[in-house]
Each structure stands twice: as C-alpha cells, then as structure tokens.
Ligand binder design. Structure first.
Ligand code: HEC
Length: 699
C-alpha cells in the first residue's frame, strides 16, 4: 500500500473509532453468528439460545478419547447452576451469590474474581435468597452480573473492576435476581424473581450497556388502575383480572428466559406464575390474568408491547413460561418457519410464530393430567375438571417443579431435534387450610396461598429422561431414561453429540440422532449446570461447572438428598475436557449422608411440634427442606446438635450469627416460635431414626 492510499484509510479508521464506542475486537454481530464456534458469548451461546455449537472436532467417531484436560477449584462456591461464557480464551464462571471467576483457559490461572457481596447487600431478602445465579452477560469488553440482591453490575472483562452498578428493584421489596442478563443493540436486560415471597409485580428493565442508564421498563402484570396504566398493554391486561389483585402483586416475574431476535428486533420475555399461586386469592372472580405464564414480545428498542401468547390462562399451580425460549428456523418441506420453541413447566411443547405470536402447535411431552390438550382454535388448554383444587385437594401432573424447568434445552439444526431433560413429577395442592378471604402475604416468607412444602419429597418422586423432541411430528425421536433425581441442561454440537450432566455426578454424551450413549465421566459430585464448548488454539474444549445446586438442593427433600451431596461436603470445580485429556480429578470424598441425632431426654410436645411445622413451612423449608429433609443447599437440621441448645439456636436464627454464611436472621419470629420449631425438628429427627431405611447410613 503506498502512502497516498494510506491517508484515506487512516482517516476512515479514525472516523470508525470515534463514531463507535465498542472495542476493535468486539463485533456485536458475533452474538448472533451461529456459524462461529470459537466463543460462547451469551447465555444460550448466541441470541437464538439454541446452545448449538458448530464445532465438530469432538465427534461421534472420537468421543471415546475425550478426557479431563484440567480443572480449577472454586472453593467459595456452593450452587453451580450457571452457564459459563468463553470469550477469546477466557472463561467466566458464575458461582453462588453471583461471584464471578475469570479463568485464563491457556494458563488455567484465575485472572480475577469479582464478589458483589450479595449477603451484605441483601438485608431481609437473604431470607428468600438461595444464592443461585445462572450466569453473566457480555457486551463490548464488559461482563454483566445480576446480583442476587437486585443490583445489575458491569465489570471490566479484562480486570474484573466494577464499571457501573444500578439497583433494579425497590430496596426492601421481595425481588431477587437469579437469571443471566442478556445483551443486545448496546443494551443489557434483566428481570427478577420473588413471586412467592410477598406481593410481587413482575417487570423487566433494559439499560444502556455502556452507562447503566435505564433505557426502558416493561411491566408484566397491571398495577392498581387508580394509579393509571403505564401503557395500553397494561390497560388490556387489566381487563383479564378481577378483585384487588394489585394488593397481592400479581406476579409474572421474568426470572429466567429472555431471548433477543435480531431479525424482528424483538425481545421475548418468558413470564412467571401468579403471586400468590392461588388464583382464587389474587383474582377471585377468575380471568386469564395477563401476562402471567406467557411469552410476551416487545420491541427491543422501545420496550413497547408487540404480541403475547399465554400458555396457562388463569395460572394457579406455580406454572411458568420462564423456561427458555429458543428461536429456530424450522424447515418443513420446502418452507422455513420462523419459530419459537418452548417447553415450560406445564408439560406441553409449544411452537409459536415469532413474528406475530400465533400458536402453530402444542403437544404434551410428559405426563399431563391437568389438561387434555391445547385447543388450536382458541390457543387455550382444555382443563380437566377439578384441577384447580377449588373443591378440595388435587394430585396432578406436572406439579410446581414442572415437567421441564429452567435447565436449558439445546437444538440441533441439522437433525431438527430439541434435547431436554423431562421430569414426570406430580404436584399436590390443597388450600383448605388457607384463610383466603383476608389473605395477605407478609413478605420474606414462603406464602403461595396453597399448601405445598408440608411433606417430604420421596426419593423416587420423579421419572426422568432426556428426550430428543422432533417438533415436526411433536413426538420424541428418541428418549433415554435417566436415574431418579434432578438433572442439568443440555448442549448440542455439530459433532452429532448431545451432552448432559446428571444429579448423580455422571457427565454423559449421546449420539445426537440416535440417543446411543457414547461416553460417560464420573465428576464425583452432582451436576446442575449445563456444559459449554469453545475453541482455543484450534482445539475444541468442553467446560462444565460441577457443584450440586438449584431449588432441588434446597427443597428437594429425600429426592434431592439421595445422592449424598450433603451441605459443605464436596468441592466445587470447573472441569475442562479435551480429546486425549489425561488429567486426574483431585481427590474427592464419596457421597455422604446426614446422621440424625437425638437426645432421648428431650420430650417432644406434639402440639408444639404441630405449630413448629407451620413456622417451618413458612420460614425454613425454603432452604432446609420440607419435613426437615435437607438436600444439600443448607445443613440438615436433623443432624444438628445446635437444635438442642436453645441459646445457640437463638443466636443463629434470631440474632443472625451466621449471616455471613448465608443463614438469614428471622426478626419476625420470637422465643415461642423457636421453641415450637425445635420440637418439630426433634420430632422429624426421631422419626427418621426410628425408620432407618429412610436415611442412609452415615459415612
Ligand atoms: C435462605 C436460606 C435459609 C433459610 C430460609 C433458613 N436457613 Fe438456616 N441455614 C442456611 C444456611 C446456608 C446455613 C449454613 C450456614 C453455615 O455454613 O454455617 C444454615 C444454618 C442453620 C443452622 C446451623 C446448623 C448447624 O448445625 O450448623 C440452624 C440451626 C438453622 N440454619 C436454622 C434455621 C431455621 C430454624 C430456619 C427457619 C426459621 C432457617 N434456618 C432458615 C440457610 C437458610
């Protein structure tokens, strides 16, 4: 190039740099590029959330040679449920309480660790905060962290230094963040959770990715009409509510799924259940209650309503449409359908036209007894009479845990199959004990307006499988049963492989088109996070955080406890796999189980124990498990000597002695509550000791 030619080029480069704010190595289009497998740039790898990597160096022919290449210990982590991001050779792993660790994949060194100090910021929210975090977002040199206490924080991807921080929820309210922020068009968007923790009104907020300034907010359920509506969408939604729903918040919180569609410039929001669950309380005259349990499309630039599709009108079972929303170009004969695919808790697999929200198909993928089918004329489910527990208790499939929950699904565009974990697990609903007429949730305790956490969850409560769902036939192409328990999300690759980690610690690869199990690795600890894959120095690597976590580790009872991932018992790690990987896993203890303790001199008062059970369900079961059966996310109090010591018990429960370790304080309780709780805990411990078969032997 001669000097004359260089001048205009330099000039144009100058214009380029000064007129745009992003770094030279950042191309916003990469987040939508399905063909480039080098990085994993956003929660679902690309905007489409397909979790499909075009990398095929690891494939069906050589998968037998896949082995552990290296691992990094994550000593402070508990729940590891997050999707790792891989950006230019750096891995960003999100642990519990939104702590982010950046690891150089070349040197395997920790580059930085960012701790947003969630416990210090949480206040009373700590009482409802599990510390789970499903990951971070990325845009132009910045990593975005949704902190459990409600802050959205931008940190420098290179240094981990905080750049900006903004509070996305009203301080003192009942919202918390577990979801991964998503980025698009120079913005970052986040929702929140908290529908069963007090009156909650769901919304999502988009911020300027550079400055943290609010760009727009979209509410998901209407507020009090007397205060005026934010927009016409809220006016329309309000016509589907009855009574004084705003006093109960309404719900609809978007705690997980948000998908950006660059083609139509839409944001698809997956909305949550009602607050409280029980519709007879929040909307006593009935009604669909928009936009609960829906996919809502809004304009990505303005946040203005475009369309919605509601999967569960008049939601009353803790059903959600917060499960991931995957954007797909579905090829049917010679046509290409611009579709969204969605397999929410309610057990139906939905295909929706993403331009206009029209329902194209909905068929059950699991055991479903609450509805017989979805009527294609109205787009609404045909409910089975009695499912609404309006005339008493109901046992039905699925239940609040869902036939498919937040565990991400993945799509293979070549075979046109969607891979996801399915749980056939029932729900038991009974509101006869609830004072419905004057019901008002007090906040920061578990209050769903229906009994749910009263009893343990038996070991074999769920029949599980991984399914390769064919959306064209709306039937499984293959389905392989997985052991009882609660398993993680999947990843599909162009190597014709599907990867999934199981609650029992097995990491498995299946052949994508046939479901043949090709490879298995024992990670020696429960897997709750989905794997990712990326390329470094022309080598394909697979990264997987290993560390039992999520709601199943908190309120899964015996079902969650069965693998022996006792609280604090096993190291948390990031494992990285490669062809010819030969690394050994560091020494790991085997499964460990709680050993209940008893003092025969402690006389259990049945009446006190019964009162204690109610306090337990409202305040403690959320983390320590139903019927005092913990499943790993918090200590099993049947084995805790502290319960015998009323002073030590008070210091922890009332005075907050262990707050720094995530054990909240309960200023709403007094000595008499504590006494009742101790009688209940002792009763359950003694009960467990008397039927030894229920509790595995201590190590
Ligand atoms: C938000 C989750 C959460 C809730 C809700 C919760 N706990 Fe905890 N609790 C924890 C965690 C986590 C620990 C472990 C802290 C540590 O590592 O020391 C813990 C520890 C404890 C301990 C100490 C046990 C031991 O042997 O070390 C007691 C006692 C306890 N909790 C009682 C209760 C009671 C009673 C309630 C209900 C009033 C309750 N907790 C509600 C999370 C929770």
């Amino acid at each position: 190039m001669n000097n004359y030619a260089r001048i205009p080029l330099l000039l144009s480069m100058f214009v380029f740099i000064s007129s745009t704010s992003f770094a030279v190595d950042f191309d916003p289009d990469d987040l939508g590029d399905e063909s480039n497998g080098k990085n994993w740039l956003t929660h679902g790898r690309t905007h489409s959330e397909q979790r499909y990597s075009p990398l095929n160096q690891i494939n069906v022919d050589n998968i037998a040679n896949l082995g552990l290449a290296w691992s990094v210990e994550l000593p402070d982590a508990r729940h590891l449920v997050s999707t790792t991001l891989a950006i230019d050779g750096v891995l960003y792993v999100t642990g519990s309480f939104s702590v982010v660790t950046a690891i150089d994949a070349r040197t395997q060194k920790v580059l930085w660790r960012y701790d947003p100090k969630v416990v210090d910021h949480a206040g009373d929210t700590l009482r409802v905060l599990w510390g789970t975090s499903r990951g971070v977002g990325y845009w132009d040199g910045k990593i975005y962290v949704g902190a459990g206490d409600g802050r959205l924080i931008a940190v420098d991807a290179k240094t981990g230094e905080e750049i900006w921080s903004t509070m996305t929820v009203e301080p003192g309210s009942f919202y918390y963040i577990t979801g991964a922020p998503r980025t698009f068009n120079g913005k970052v968007i986040i929702g929140n959770g908290g529908t069963e923790m007090g009156p909650a009104r769901g919304y999502v907020t988009a911020y300027d990715a550079e400055t943290g300034e609010q760009a727009w907010r979209f509410y998901l359920v209407p507020g009090n009409p007397a205060d005026g509506f934010e927009d016409n969408a809220m006016r329309m939604a309000a016509a589907t509510w009855t009574g004084e729903w705003w006093k109960h918040g309404g719900g609809g919180n978007a705690w997980n799924a948000i998908t950006f569609d660059p083609e139509y410039n839409h944001i698809y929001i997956g909305t949550g259940n009602g607050s409280p669950w029980n519709r007879t309380i929040r909307s006593p005259g009935g009604g669909d209650n928009l936009f609960l349990c829906s996919i809502v499309a809004v304009d990505a630039d303005t946040g203005k309503y475009k369309w919605h599709y509601q999967t569960v009108p008049g939601e009353t079972w803790d059903f959600n449409s917060a499960m991931d929303i995957v954007s797909v170009d579905l090829k049917v004969k010679s046509r290409t359908i611009k579709a969204l695919m969605h397999a929410p808790k309610n057990g139906f697999f939905y295909i929706i036209n993403r331009l206009n929200g029209r329902l194209l198909s909905a068929k059950p993928f699991a055991k479903v007894t609450w509805a017989t089918e979805v009527d294609m004329k109205t787009g609404k489910p045909i409910e089975v009479e009695g499912s609404r527990y309006e005339s008493g208790e109901v046992l039905m499939w699925p239940g609040p845990l869902g036939a498919h929950n937040w565990q991400p699904m993945s799509w293979n565009p070549e075979h046109q199959l969607m891979y996801f974990t399915v749980h056939d697990i029932a729900g038991y609903y009974n509101d006869t004990k609830i004072r419905k007429a004057d019901y008002q949730a007090s906040g920061h305790t578990f209050e769903a307006g229906v009994s749910f956490f009263d009893n343990d969850v038996p070991v074999d409560s769920a029949i599980n499988s991984i399914v390769a769902w064919d959306p064209i036939t709306q039937k499984p192409a293959w389905q392989v049963s997985t052991p009882p328990g609660w398993h993680a999300g999947t990843m599909a690759t162009a190597g014709n492989l599907v990867f999934q980690g199981l609650g029992n610690g097995q990491f498995i690869a299946y052949q994508g088109d046939t479901g043949e199990k090709l490879w298995e690795y024992d990670a020696k600890h429960g897997i709750s996070a989905p794997p990712i894959t990326f390329e470094l120095d022309e080598k394909q690597l697979i990264a997987l955080p290993v560390g039992w976590g999520s709601g199943m580790a908190m309120l899964g009872g015996s079902m969650g406890a069965q693998h022996g991932w006792i609280y604090g018992g096993h190291p948390r790690r990031l494992l990285v796999f490669a062809l010819e990987g030969q690394a050994a896993l560091p020494l790991t203890p085997g499964p460990r189980f709680v050993k209940p303790v008893d003092d025969p001199a402690f006389e259990i008062d049945a009446e006190l124990a019964a009162a204690g059970k109610d306090h337990w369900v409202e305040n403690c079961a959320w983390c320590h498990g139903p019927a005092v059966v913990a499943s790993g996310g918090a200590p099993d109090l049947r084995g805790s000597g502290i319960v015998f010591d009323s002073n030590a018990f008070r210091k922890i429960v009332l005075e907050g002695q262990r707050i720094g370790r995530g054990m909240p304080k309960f200023p709403n309780l007094d000595e008499s509550h504590l006494n009742a709780l101790r009688h209940y805990i002792r009763q359950e411990a003694r009960g467990a000791l008397s039927k030894k078969t229920d509790v595995a032997q201590a190590n």
